[in-house]
Design a binder for this molecule. Structure first.
Ligand code: M6R
Length: 611
């Protein structure tokens, strides 16, 4: 939530910061702004997307070798020019940007107001900034020292970047709970919420830890903790190419990411699954396999699409490994005083690795002695670093706000985890294990075949785009896929959509069914197929419009459905990796047909770093 960029060095700062903001725009697009230092602090900011700010500064003198920039997902205060970052302190001495939420801002604001401070915005950020400036003036100390003193009183999450009017070289940065990466160049440093604004310039980066303050100059990077002790920066080499964060000829990142899935699933399986030898190698999981098996249960914690991946995993792990699994919304788990004991196994699933609720939930569980296994896409992210072990999904950067390839990466990893544990626990026969390994290895090719249905699905999108509501139904392994299909559609097309277990539909949602309601059935051949077909009958009897995702060779569903999407056959355990693809395409094409910005749907942000 919110993207931040900073630069100090020999280049012109504005183009670097602007390009960085465009790369981070997926994190929020309510407003954007930059602060530069050129004969005093210059702040330019504008409500709306980065392009609007870019237009607004045409003709201005943007020369500066230091700069900070921000793209906002509003928390405190409506999206507006006034609430856009950077903010200037009342004295005009300091400019600051912030990603996060200062929970005790109201108390600090009251104190500052009593000292005569006035505020131009409704933001918690402006409060923290004036608090820092006030401390600096009262203590006659450096900006770095003032930040340190202020942050000791702050409750909440932050990544902040500050520049001072009298220091044309130094950016002071600090983080707790919101990410910060610093790229190390020759005589220059780059700061950002993730590595995407940096990889073009350098592959050497430092991930700043919670409670660290960075003093960043062109030739120097000093890290300190809040106690003023120097910390050794740990330099990591980025394993990411520039092409991975560009659209590569596609109209939208979402479409590119959907079409990348044969490759990303292949990358996820590569080096782990050897279907010919029947082996699965996952060192992070293997190290804890015995403990997982001994544990009375597995708790899966996630949000949104990642939570849906967790639900699929619940069904698969319980079936194959006979280990009880609970799937929890991170936001509920962290506040409801759950029972977590030493040695409990928690699997945290997150694309970004920065989701605040998931992060805090596992921090709490770790403190209680739980083993944390992270299934994460973004390498080096907070959840990845907090986990004892885990597995990356290797889907590459996912820029579209709607999660697509990260979801299939999560499913692929979780299926391998389940197979590995089942093998160690000996709850799977050798034949079934070998057959599932083979089927898993075939998924990239099958996904490539399904993507050939794109044109057909685009036509369906035209036909159903004016629906006001939509139901998604599935059973068993395909029930979470129905939930995910509904989430994708509502995020991208703003059509109200609900996912339901197909049989549960008659306990309420069936009241919605009439000749205007499209009902998407995820109805591939599995143990529940006949029952799902009966549910289809029930919808047709009430004149609902049925769109059925079915398996090749199914002769019954086409006689009931208004429209069909035919997929290659697959074992029911593997099927979710296939059935989700047409639902991603359907949501994408309906969003496009309605003229929406599918990469940046309204009100959403890619990385939800606030609770
Ligand atoms: O980065 P995470 O996987 O932790 O994010 C969780 C959710 O915020 C995310 O899946 C969200 O629901 C997506 N917009 C879904 O497309």
């Amino acid at each position: 939530m919110c993207g931040i960029v900073g630069y100090t060095g020999h280049r012109e700062a504005y183009p670097v910061v602007l390009k960085g903001l465009k790369r981070l725009e997926y994190r929020g697009y309510d407003s954007s702004g930059v602060a530069l230092l050129n004969g005093g602090l210059k702040v330019y900011k504008k409500k709306g997307k980065v392009a609007e700010m870019e237009d607004a500064v045409v003709g201005k003198d943007l020369h500066s070798h230091i700069g900070i920039g921000h793209t906002r997902w509003a928390t405190h205060g409506e999206p507006s020019d006034r609430n856009a970052h950077p903010h200037l302190s009342q004295s005009g001495d300091i400019a600051m940007i912030h990603n996060g939420i200062i929970e005790n801002y109201a108390k600090i604001k009251t104190e500052l107001v009593s000292k005569g401070y006035t505020f131009k915005s409704d933001t918690d950020t402006e409060v923290l900034l004036n608090f820092i400036d006030d401390i600096k003036k009262n203590n006659e100390c450096s900006l770095e020292e003032a930040v340190r003193i202020a942050l000791r009183r702050i409750v909440g999450a932050y990544c902040i970047l500050l520049i001072h009017k009298d220091d044309p070289e130094t950016i002071i940065a600090a983080r707790k709970g919101s990410p910060l990466v610093i790229g190390i160049g020759k005589g220059e440093h780059f700061l950002a919420s993730d590595a995407s604004p940096i990889i073009e310039y350098t592959k050497e980066v430092v991930y700043v830890n919670d409670y660290e303050i960075a003093i960043v100059k062109p030739d120097e990077l000093i890290l300190k903790n809040l106690g003023n002790d120097k910390q050794t920066p740990f330099i990591t080499k980025l394993d990411m190419e520039l092409a991975a964060i560009e659209k590569g000829g596609y109209d939208h990142f979402m479409l590119k990411e959907i079409f990348e899935q044969p490759q990303t699933i292949f990358d996820c399986l590569r080096g782990r699954l050897d279907a010919d030898k029947g082996t699965i190698t996952m060192s992070g999981i293997e190290k804890y396999a015995e403990q997982i098996i001994q544990a009375g249960r597995i708790i899966i914690i996630a949000c949104g699409t990642s939570w849906h991946a967790g639900l699929v995993a619940e069904y698969i792990i319980e079936e194959l490994c006979r280990i009880p699994v609970e799937v929890e919304y991170a936001s509920e788990f962290r506040y409801r005083n759950p029972i977590v004991n030493k040695g409990d196994v928690i699997i945290a699933i997150s694309q970004s690795g920065e989701t605040a609720d998931t992060l805090v939930a596992i921090e709490n569980a770790k403190e209680k002695g739980a083993i944390i296994l992270g299934i994460v896409n973004v390498v080096g992210s907070s959840i990845a670093r907090l986990s004892h072990a885990g597995a990356y999904t290797h889907a590459g950067p996912e820029i579209g706000v709607a999660s697509t390839k990260a979801f299939t990466g999560q499913l692929a990893v979780l299926m391998m985890v389940a197979l590995k544990l089942a093998q160690v626990k000996q709850t799977i026969t050798a034949e079934r294990y070998t057959s599932l390994c083979k089927e898993l290895a075939e998924v990239p090719d099958k996904v490539a075949d399904i993507l050939k249905l794109d044109e057909h699905i685009q036509k369906l999108a035209e036909k159903y785009k004016d629906a006001t509501d939509c139901l998604f139904l599935g059973r068993g392994y395909n029930f979470p896929i129905a939930l995910e299909g509904a989430l994708k559609l509502k995020e991208i097309s703003y059509i109200h959509a609900e996912g339901y277990p197909a049989a549960e539909m008659k306990h309420g949602p069936i009241a919605l069914v009439d000749e205007h309601l499209p009902v998407v059935f995820v109805a591939t051949k599995d143990s529940y197929h006949e029952k799902v077909v009966s549910n289809m009958q029930e919808i047709k009897a009430r004149k609902g419009k049925v769109i059925a995702v079915i398996t090749e060779g199914d002769t019954v569903s086409p006689t009931l459905a208004d429209d069909i999407i035919v997929l290659p056959p697959a074992d029911e355990i593997i099927a979710p990796l296939l059935t989700t693809i047409p639902l991603q395409l359907l949501a994408y094409h309906i969003g496009i047909a309605k003229g929406y910005d599918v990469d940046k749907p309204r009100n959403l942000a890619k990385s939800v770093t606030v609770e």
